[in-house]
Design a protein around this ligand. Structure first.
Ligand code: ZN
Length: 512
């Protein structure tokens, strides 16, 4: 007898439908799986058989053939254990075909018959949304995130068979909460440390605000102990909550990476990721040999990617950042296939001014001039070009630390950021950083005074054509933060000139 059980496998952050066809026939007892299974799926033969036997269910002493259709797609992971087991039970007559009518199954089996959750449940559930989906109990919340009910779950195989056969009622899954956060590496966004705890640092705080408001990538250059990490940690809390579309994209990435989403539900706060410079290229960018996994840049989708000690990251990793920074997504190709992951984030980089960390004007510290030069060029010109804003962060004054007034709170600044972001939405871009040259010219009025200010800079040779666009974009954001989408004034241009990214800063020279 033949049974066909609908299921799905994870490819990148997409779910691909798979039909698990099971044929039980007379002949020498055996168990074969065909249809491009990978090693984990081939091993499911042993898991399925052991799970059935330890659940007190009969194993057919006949010939069992499993075909995974369509045969052109390589199937990975252990999520097909459960549909294979159900298929065997139906094909051997243990379960009536009507019992599984309109249903789809995903889940891994333990040797004891327990049902285990797997990476990508949310994505697989989306792919199977037209059917009643049966998942392991631990995955029920995540599976329900993208569906309106029709999720069934069980803790083990025996319980599942009893429910399918109508001998036992299904347990109703608890409704998922509407909001939640993404697990962070580093500081926790939403309720993380407050901006008001940072004393002094007027320019750096302002740079953080402008970067958050305009979605501008930000580079912080300063000696150890100057508070670069403290500043970056507060960035995600300045960003507005995720839109539902971005939240779903972020949830899919986290699900595909195997980060459990329940019980916190769909994320609403932007993620904050702070990978160490020792992280491998695959863990940063995504990929992998057995299964395509999203990397840190995709886990930061919708939020902040913080690269501390940016000069210490391998060149291959830094170079690989350029394409996703440009396109907001990353395409990973490996022998096993290719996948595209979303990767739109605000990049915050932090760097020491020189190898010894002390920095200052040339000759100030014990680093040789050539060593400083080499260090400054760890960031290639095309990568440095992605940063709109760069500022020097110095160690705070003792006066500020002891008696200075507390700065503005995160909530106060976040309110200004949210207002500025709304203006960008009216321009049909996610943030001002996405405004191209022509779009800038179209949407943005500038006073004559401001235009003169820019022209003077151009004529003095301090501003290239590329730099002009950068200053223009930052000035737009600064003006937006002033409220109401007003015209760009000379003061906005002057502030943008101060904030813009230039390599001089890395070389310890005075910005001009
Ligand atoms: Zn030095």
């Amino acid at each position: 007898m033949i049974a066909a059980i609908p299921s799905a496998v994870l490819i990148g952050v997409d779910g691909k439908l798979v039909s698990v066809e099971v044929h039980v026939s007379n002949g020498l007892p055996g168990f074969t799986v065909v249809g491009l299974p990978d090693a984990a799926v081939r091993e499911s033969r042993d898991r399925v058989r052991a799970a059935l036997l330890s659940s007190g269910l009969p194993w057919p002493l006949r010939r069992v053939t499993v075909n995974l259709a369509p045969s052109g797609v390589r199937k990975g992971g252990a999520g097909l254990d459960l549909p294979i087991a159900v298929g065997v039970l139906v094909a051997s007559g243990e379960l009536a075909p009507e019992a599984v009518d309109g249903m789809a199954f995903i889940g891994e089996l333990g040797l004891d018959g327990s049902l285990r959750g797997l990476a990508g449940t949310l994505v697989l559930a989306e792919a199977l949304r037209h059917r009643t989906l049966v998942v392991p109990e631990v995955s029920a919340g995540e599976a329900a995130l993208c569906r309106d009910g029709r999720v069934r779950s069980a803790g083990n195989l025996r319980q599942l068979v009893d429910c399918l056969a109508g001998r036992h009622p299904w347990t109703e899954p608890a409704p998922p909460p509407v909001t939640g956060g993404l697990p962070a590496s580093g500081a926790a966004p939403g309720g993380g440390p407050d901006l008001s705890e940072i004393r002094g640092q007027r320019l750096a705080r302002r740079a953080l605000e402008v970067a958050a408001a305009g979605g501008h990538h930000l580079l912080l250059v300063g000696p150890p102990g100057s508070g670069k990490t403290m500043l970056a940690n507060r960035m995600a809390d300045l960003l507005p909550p995720l839109s539902r579309a971005t939240a779903l994209e972020a949830a899919r990435v986290h699900s595909a990476a195997g980060v459990p989403l329940t019980p916190s539900g769909l994320p609403c706060r932007p993620p904050f990721r702070a990978p160490h410079h020792g992280a491998s290229a695959v863990s940063m960018i995504g990929g992998g040999t057995t299964r395509m996994r999203p990397g840190e840049i995709s886990l930061a989708h919708g939020g902040v990617l913080f690269l501390d000690e940016m000069g210490e990251f391998p060149t291959v990793v830094l170079d690989a950042l350029r394409q996703p920074l440009e396109e907001g997504q990353v395409r990973v190709s490996r022998a096993g296939g290719s996948a595209t992951f979303p990767a739109r984030f605000v990049l915050v980089g932090a760097m020491n001014p020189c190898p010894c960390g002390e920095g200052g004007p040339p000759g100030h510290c014990r680093c040789r001039e050539s060593a400083r030069e080499r260090y400054a060029h760890r960031l290639s010109a095309p990568l440095l070009d992605r940063f709109d804003i760069a500022v020097r962060v110095d160690r705070p004054d003792v006066d500020d630390l002891i008696g200075g007034p507390p700065g503005e709170t995160t909530a106060t600044v976040a309110a200004r950021v949210a207002a500025a972001r709304r203006l960008a939405t009216e321009r049909r871009v996610p943030s001002n950083a996405a405004l191209s040259g022509p779009a800038l010219g179209r949407t943005v009025p500038m006073t004559d005074e401001a235009a003169t200010e820019l022209e003077l800079e151009m004529r003095s040779g301090a501003l290239t054509a590329r730099g002009l666009h950068r200053v223009h974009r930052i000035a737009r954001t600064v003006a937006d933060l002033d409220g109401g989408g007003a015209a760009i004034e000379a003061s906005h241009v002057r502030e943008a000139l101060l904030l813009r990214c230039q390599r001089r800063l890395l070389l310890g020279e005075e910005p001009r």
